[in-house]
Write a protein that binds this ligand. Structure first.
Ligand SMILES: Cc1ncc(COP(=O)(O)O)c(C=O)c1O
Length: 372
């Protein structure tokens, strides 16, 4: 018997990847960082590859090495790398590395020497996000240094890439401006004598809404898990995760009972309370206090009072709820349960954060669909 679980439908991941694949002639990198946005990195990666993903994208070297340790041989790009990491282990494992500065390039050259094989690099240009990537001013120097390292046989420039600011707001002018800067950056790549096989820019939103940004490779993350980056649209995607728990205790309390820490909720009449064993240590945002929607006993209810570390309470009125009943926080919505989008709206965040939070160790992940 179980207490709480994050159920992940791997067939939904497969369907979503097939759908994304059908919408582009580019190759597809399924982004599986952050433990597959909370869905479990390895099973999600395998499901995505089953459905035709060509690449996997992660942030950290450790994430990339974990994919290799699981026996996954598909191309992997890791792009968030602090100085001093053992990059040679990534190079030796055939992990592609994102690079945005001369010091990073130097480290990659060093790691190539140590691994005794060329480092496979994707040069990143900052087209406007002002986060990762070389500025346009620093781009030519990075290109020249990379071209020289490639001529010396120490690196292979496999890709050139960037990341969008506003693709989740279709029609936002920043997207066109970034695309123009990317094209300028590509012209400079050519002038530097580099001919990378992959130019890539599109996240989920751009994969779904801007075919002119697909180039040679698209990098969807959120959409792989069936969630839409654009509020109010679903694009036919199917959410893969359901978060639910079994009620541990019910009790009848009188009108005027304060509920949970700080008594921020008071019962209006005599009522049935149900205790649900999920709290902020499991990924339920504390901001969901008196706000988060939960389906229990065939009805949607709102969390009553504060979300605690391990549990929260639902006021169920006269409904006959019992210990052991299943409370669903979010799922695909197919059975009337709230979705991660509903949760995002209720607590003032984005659906990305809702599912990623449930990647905690205490909530076991249970997989539906074939585990490959
Ligand atoms: C560089 C990069 N590419 C692609 C993605 C995937 O983005 P999304 O989940 O919006 O598809 C991310 C995620 O944040 C990212 O950081």
């Amino acid at each position: 018997m179980w207490q709480a679980e994050a159920r992940v439908d791997l067939d939904a991941i497969r369907e979503n990847v097939s759908r994304l694949r059908a919408g582009t002639s580019a190759e597809l990198m399924a982004v599986v960082k952050a433990d597959g946005y909370g869905h479990g990195m390895i099973p999600s990666a395998r499901a995505a590859l089953d459905a035709g993903a060509d690449w996997l994208g992660v942030c950290t070297l450790d994430e990339a090495l974990a994919l290799r340790a699981a026996g996954i041989e598909a191309p992997v790009l890791a792009w968030l790398l602090a100085p001093g990491l053992p990059l040679h282990t990534g190079v030796a494992a055939g992990v592609d590395l994102g690079v945005a500065s001369l010091p990073q390039l130097d480290e990659m050259v060093e790691s190539a020497r140590r691994a005794e094989r060329p480092a496979r690099l994707h040069l990143k240009i900052d087209t406007g996000l002002a986060r990762g990537g070389a500025t346009v001013a620093d781009w030519p120097a990075l290109l020249d240094a990379a071209a020289k390292a490639q001529a010396d046989g120490l690196v292979e420039v496999v890709g050139v890439w960037s990341h969008f600011v506003y693709a989740d707001m279709p029609g936002h002018p920043t997207t066109d401006r970034q695309l123009a800067v990317f094209h300028e950056g590509l012209a400079m790549v050519e002038r530097a004598g580099l001919r990378p096989r992959y130019r890539h820019l599109a996240n989920s939103a751009a994969t779904l809404t801007r075919p002119d940004t697909h180039f040679d490779l698209v990098r969807p993350g959120l959409a792989v898990y069936g969630l839409s980056p654009v509020v109010g649209e679903t694009y036919g995607l199917r959410p893969a995760m359901t978060a639910r728990a079994r009620v541990t205790l019910t009790k009848r309390v009188p009108a005027g009972s304060g509920v949970s820490y700080g008594h921020t909720y008071t019962t209006e009449r005599e009522t049935n309370l149900a205790v649900v064993p999920l709290g902020y240590a499991d990924g339920v945002p504390r901001h969901a206090s008196n706000a988060g929607p939960v389906q229990l006993g065939g009805r949607r209810r709102i969390i009553s009072g504060r979300v605690c570390m391990d549990q929260f309470v639902l006021d169920c009125g006269d409904d006959p709820v019992a210990a052991g009943d299943v409370a669903t926080l979010f799922g695909s919505g197919a059975d009337g349960e709230p979705t991660a989008d509903d949760w995002a709206e209720a607590v003032g965040t984005i659906n990305y954060e809702i599912v990623t939070r449930f990647g905690s160790l205490r909530v076991p992940r249970v997989y539906d669909g074939e585990l490959t």
